[in-house]
Design a protein around this ligand. Structure first.
Ligand SMILES: C[S@@+](CC[C@H](N)C(=O)[O-])C[C@H]1O[C@@H](n2cnc3c(N)ncnc32)[C@H](O)[C@@H]1O
Length: 281
């Protein structure tokens, strides 16, 4: 397991970022989820192969852009809620994606600079960018774990080097559970992660759903283009992640409808996304 201090622009950062995990090969010949997501978000960190696969999906389903943007806006609302209303100061963000303007640590540390965040992803480009962009405030701590969601034990062990797992943690699973091929396995992984977290921890989840046949077709095209397929969930499957937990109002709703800050225009995310936040008793 490699462990290295980050080497990004020191002027923009107060503390170096620790990166844990084996440093993998950067494959630019196969479309990757994180880079296609970045393409749909209007970012610049993707390759031709990601643009081609991303464009095929967008032709089949232009709403994919809404689904991606809804995710980032929802992350902001949920993390702000957890810090400001629920007093959470630690976050484990699995399937982080490429850094954008408002990452979990920026949102959390704006309200509570002492917040600690561990990011987890298995994409080599996310790892490369993490070094430069995901470092946080000196009062808090930010760590990046290069790991696979299929290894929850390894994730908890790595996260425990930065987070105090006897205290509540906000577990963020946005756009990631569908990257686990079987629903039952995705559920077991989420339960294993939650079992390792203290009472009073939260699960925040956002996912694309099978509510719109056009998105189902778009995902089929991503798979056809060689990209990592995303398994779209139905409502019951989403609700199963929160079994035995205390769901925070308004419950399981499209990502756009979870405590919006103002009037919300109808968008693709109404039909083809679901989100929720729940507390571990
Ligand atoms: C759809 S993006 C979501 C990014 C971000 N969470 C968001 O909602 O904006 C999915 C992310 O999960 C990561 N991912 C996919 N499979 C994974 C796995 N097996 N283990 C860890 N991360 C994975 C991808 O690299 C990508 O960054």
């Amino acid at each position: 397991m490699a462990e290295a201090a980050g080497t990004g622009s020191e002027s923009q950062r107060d503390t170096p970022l620790t990166v844990r995990g084996d440093v993998p090969r950067l494959a630019s010949d196969v479309p990757h989820s994180a880079r296609m997501w970045d393409y749909w978000l209007g970012g610049k960190d993707h390759y031709e192969v990601d643009r081609q696969a991303g464009e095929k999906a967008r032709e089949a389903y232009p709403g994919i852009v809404d689904i991606a943007r809804t995710s980032r806006a929802l992350l902001n609302r949920i993390v702000t809620h957890l810090v400001s209303e629920a007093g959470v100061r630690q976050f484990l963000d699995i399937g982080t994606g490429l850094p954008t303007a408002e990452n979990t640590h920026e949102i959390a540390q704006r309200a509570a600079p002492e917040s600690r965040i561990v990011y987890v992803d298995n994409d080599p480009l996310v790892l490369a960018h993490a070094r430069a962009l995901l470092a946080g405030r000196p009062e808090g701590s930010t760590d990046y774990l290069h790991a696979d969601i299929h290894q929850p034990g390894q994730i908890l062990e790595g996260a425990g080097k930065t987070l105090d797992l006897t205290q509540p943690v906000g577990l963020i699973m946005f756009g990631i559970v569908g990257h686990v091929a079987e629903h039952s396995e995705a559920l077991s992984i989420a339960r294993a992660l939650l079992d390792g977290l203290a009472p009073g921890s939260y699960l925040a989840l956002y996912t694309g759903t099978d509510g719109d046949p056009a998105l189902v077709e778009a995902e089929r095209r991503v798979g056809e283009a060689g990209g990592t397929p995303y398994r779209l969930l139905d409502r019951q499957q989403v609700e199963e992640f929160f079994a035995g937990m205390d769901l925070v109002e308004p419950g399981v709703v499209p990502g756009t409808r979870w405590r919006p800050e103002g009037p919300v225009a109808r968008s693709a995310a109404d039909l083809a996304s679901l989100s929720g936040l729940a507390r571990k008793p």
